[in-house]
Design a protein around this ligand. Structure first.
Ligand code: IVH
Length: 698
């Protein structure tokens, strides 16, 4: 195998013994209460280090070593399994997978006809025994030979029906996990009941499944990945379960009413050619960030019963299946501080300062915490070890404290009593706290935003000048800019005749900006540059925007029932500012836009399709992402300018690649978005190729 994966360096026998003790304790916690002091990466590194040391010093191997054991040798239950519940061996790369395939085919003396590829769900294994179609018993994996009876969990698990569609006696095997939403709900219920939060969805599922008397209800989800005959299974069914390929057994399981991965964006699929196998592995990996449940790898198995029977099993794992492990997207680090920052709209948002930790290739030192209620719901304290999670391109989030690592030195997180910026009161009537002065609290930030390159683009109005103007009381918002006089500007530091004249001309020029830029400059919460363009194009005039209600806003692509009322409220709040802008002569119409055609469902359909689809624009109906450095005719364009170009040519500009992306414009150093597009089979164009396609709109 040509894989290089990092592992713990173990130099001598004493460090080896230490490492074994740590790993045994960690896996006991992981498979027990579900709270391990090591994250998955750290644990895997440690076990690889142990294995490497044992390979060189077989005479030192300790009997309690976790290597070669199911569940690292942790937890024993008392319900024997009819057929052992095994582990899976791991590979960590495409080369590793290829070597494993070659090994299996050598063992069989022939190629494997069909592979089945499915996600490796990050929960805990469960055996569900059905008698005459009724769910009779739930057993954990335990040590593989016997597990713990957790039948009290019956009724708490979505996807594991209490009655099957047929009165059959059968054992389903699969994974119990919590979706993100189930995890959030479980932690809210747990902390509300005075308990410590679960560190992550996996421990929440493990802990909840094993707890017998909970004061509150939690919900989990089951996904089946196998079915076996039990004592009492009819001969016919028993024969089918022994003879059918895995993929067909899973179709049968789904027909019985149990949940399988078929119901997810990453269903199990079969592949015959090796390329198709690799492609599917890559696809599942690329879709990981979009799933609402955790996966920690991809399971590849020989589909045919005959291949499985011939390959057989080792004491720990089957030889006919392998887990292709994906890097951990969750790490444990420490919460050092919580900062409360006031944004340009006056929102006061907490931000976690973390002990730096590497997550998906970048070092994370800050993470979002949504609001004060969120901190409380998660039961976080300063100094806590916390799980930090990052999905795809998303900003890292603090998930939960690792409660059992507390030392007693943790301190409560103090929420501010007054606005940390201006000292005025805080409006706490909404979940997101806001300074009572609203935008005025951080006038400098909102003016700076309004005059930025992608909004009014007023050259020569840098931060220092804005600071001075605000400090001198000459402006409180950006509408005041249009009333500034030559004398006032000349009175500022380092403003001479020429720079004053230039600045006044630039301010005058800003009055002619199209509506989308003027609207964007308002800094309406929940709208950025591209949303502002869509709103301006749809409504065509500021008056139409101001007259729009919830329903009208929802006709704009990307605005749903949650965002629409926020927009209405924001625009009402901004009314005095908009009036002053209009009075100053600022343009309030979008060139080329005609405004909403008609009311009702027909107009709605048109709005969704966009004029583009009918007009035959080159990017009509396409979702386009640009990444990397632009070159050729696009050289020097900002990302926003490229997005504007995409939209002029009829496309929809987006910032992240997903299965819905139609085209990725990838410049130099395109990085992870390019990799993802390749994995998903999304069309990729160079900036030059793209420029040729949209030449008329440049
Ligand atoms: S197949 C003989 N398929 O991974 C073992 N396992 O590390 C057959 N797991 O104990 C297991 N998703 O808890 C299989 N799609 C999947 C899986 C899966 C998660 C878990 C399972 C197993 C562990 C092995």
């Amino acid at each position: 195998m040509t894989e290089t994966v990092s592992r713990a360096e173990i130099a001598d026998q004493a460090s080896y013994a230490d490492a074994v003790r740590t790993a045994v304790e960690a896996s006991a916690a992981y498979y027990g209460e579900g709270d391990s002091p090591l994250d998955d990466d750290a644990f895997d590194r440690l076990v690889r280090g142990i294995a490497a040391y044992e390979a060189e010093h077989p005479e030192h191997v300790l009997p309690e070593s976790p290597t070669g054991k199911v569940a690292g040798g942790a937890v024993i239950g008392d319900v024997p399994h009819t057929v052992p519940m095994l582990s899976l061996d791991n590979v960590f790369s495409a080369e590793g997978l290829e070597a494993w395939v070659a090994g299996l085919e050598r063992r069989l003396g022939r190629p494997v006809g069909t592979w089945c590829v499915e996600p490796k769900l990050d929960g805990l294994a469960i055996s569900a025994r059905y008698r005459d179609g009724r769910l009779a018993r739930l057993v954990t994996r335990g040590d593989g030979a016997a597990g713990e009876d957790v039948s009290h969990g019956i009724g708490m698990i979505v996807g594991l029906p209490e009655r099957l569609a047929e009165p059959v006696t059968v054992e389903l095997r699969g994974e119990v996990l919590m979706t993100r939403a189930q995890f959030e709900d479980a932690n809210a219920a747990r902390t509300a009941a005075g308990g410590p939060a679960f560190a992550n969805p996996r421990s929440a599922a493990a802990g909840s499944l094993r707890a017998k008397d909970r004061a509150y209800q939690v919900e989990m989800t089951f996904f089946a990945y196998g079915a076996l005959p039990l004592e009492g299974t009819g001969d016919d069914l028993a024969a089918r379960l022994r003879e059918l390929p895995h993929s067909e057994i899973m179709e049968y399981v789904a027909a019985l009413g149990a949940r399988t991965t078929a119901a997810t964006p990453v269903p199990a699929v079969t592949a015959t050619a090796l390329e198709a196998l690799h492609a599917r592995v890559a696809e599942i990996a690329a879709l990981r960030a979009e799933l609402d449940f955790g996966i920690d790898g991809i399971v590849v198995r020989a589909d045919a019963a005959a291949d499985q029977a011939e390959a057989g099993v080792s004491s720990r794992a089957p030889r006919w299946a392998i887990a292709y492990k994906l890097p951990a997207v969750e790490k444990i680090t420490r919460l050092l501080e919580v900062e409360w920052n006031v944004g340009r709209t006056g929102i006061i948002a907490p931000r976690a300062v973390l002990e730096p930790v590497e997550l998906e290739g970048s070092v994370v030192t800050y993470a979002t915490l949504h609001n004060a209620a969120d901190i409380e719901r998660r039961g976080l304290m300063l100094g806590d070890h916390v799980t930090v999670y990052k999905a795809g391109d998303v900003i890292p989030r603090v998930e939960a404290p690792v409660a059992h690592l507390r030392t007693g030195d943790e301190r409560p997180i103090e929420a501010p009593e007054v606005c940390p910026r201006c000292g005025d009161a805080i409006d706490v009537s909404q979940q997101r706290w806001r300074c009572v002065r609203g935008r005025a609290c951080h006038a400098v930030a909102s003016v700076r935003y309004a005059v930025g390159r992608d909004q009014l683009d007023i050259e020569g109005l840098g931060e220092k000048i804005i600071d001075q103007l605000v400090d001198a009381g000459l402006i409180t918002d950006f509408a005041d800019l249009f009333a500034l006089t030559r004398e006032q500007l000349l009175g500022l530091e380092r403003m001479g005749e020429t720079s004053t004249a230039n600045l006044l001309a630039a301010i005058e020029g800003a009055k002619a900006k199209p509506l989308n830029k003027v609207f964007c400059a308002l800094g309406v919460r929940g709208t950025g540059r591209s949303m502002s363009r869509r709103i301006a194009r749809y409504f065509a005039t500021m008056d139409a925007i101001r007259a729009a209600d919830d329903e009208a806003f929802q006709r704009v692509e990307g605005i749903g029932p949650e965002k629409a009322p926020v927009l209405v409220a924001e625009i009402a709040e901004l009314a005095p500012l908009i009036d002053r802008l209009a009075a100053a002569g600022v343009n309030m119409v979008e060139p080329g836009a005609t405004g909403p055609v008609a009311e009702g469902p027909v107009a709605e359909g048109e709005a969704e399709e966009g004029e583009a689809a009918e007009s035959g624009l080159p990017l009509a109906g396409m979702s386009v992402v640009a990444t990397g450095a632009m070159s050729g005719p696009l050289e020097g364009l900002s990302r926003n300018e490229v997005n504007e170009l995409i939209e002029r040519a009829g496309g929809r500009a987006s910032s992240s690649v997903s299965a819905k992306t139609s085209l990725l414009v990838a410049g130099e150093k395109a990085g992870s978005k390019k990799a993802k597009a390749d994995k998903l089979g999304v069309e990729v164009a160079t900036p030059e190729e793209f420029a040729a396609r949209v030449a008329d709109f440049l």
